[in-house]
Design a protein around this ligand. Sequence first.
Ligand code: NAI
Length: 255
Amino acid sequence: MANQSPVILITGGAQGIGKGMASYFLNRGWRVVVLDLDAEAIRSCKEDFGNPENLHLIKTDVSGEPEVVSALAEAVKWGGRLDAMVSNAGIADPDTGPIETLELAQWQRRIDTNLTGAFLMAKHSVPHLRESQGSIVNIASTRALQSEPHSEAYAASKGGLIALTHALAISLGPEVRANSISPGWIDVRGWQANAPAKPTPLSASDHEQHPSGRVGEPADVAAMVAYLVSPEARFVTGQNFVVDGGMTRKMIYTD
Ligand code: NAI
């Protein structure tokens, strides 16, 4: 009999938060499809997980429609179903320098990957998610809500992602739910393709400035994804969930 375990697809899942999510779901009996642009990260991800039969990796650029169409066809052929789709792929570096020198191409690259990629993934996942009554989770950022200087393209792409998410929720309900997560600082150094065996420890002040007492880990985001794609969250759609150790609730004035 075909394997009936639920299938989750995670974009940008070969390293960083997405790889942490892949690990989290594999450990809980899900079958996991990872789409990623980076061939080296895909290779090292397979190696790190021991290439289990419950994991399928596909090299894809989520900002290109033909690639997305063919990756989804491959994913569904492999899994036989699709229960959850997480748009996590992104250019995670927010700093594009002063607006006066921000090239249109740099702006466009972030919008294409972080926002258009999520649109394309949603568009082509929906027929499969309708069948499974599944759900979409988009990984936005607290930078959709607040900013440091010189992050216009990144902030706009993530703000757009939150808006895309509530629009999807209204269009796709009740069959398909859509939510977003806005992580704060998540330490991904141990989850990169070229990760040092032991990354330099973060400082005490890195941790202590968080009301939660520590910087985030990929599992903190994965746990929220797990809730949102579960039947327990069937009354939850169109929302954005901040997972940031409390940082966006903290007032910061210098003396
Ligand atoms: P990362 O750089 O470690 O991982 C991102 C992954 O996405 C990489 O494997 C990369 O190859 C892949 N990717 C990039 N462009 C792609 C494309 N066009 N098609 C397919 N795959 C592509 O970054 P990290 O930190 O794990 O971030 C993951 C997501 O979480 C991003 O959307 C980022 O904006 C968001 N985020 C991260 C935070 C953090 O503190 N690490 C905080 C808030 C949001």
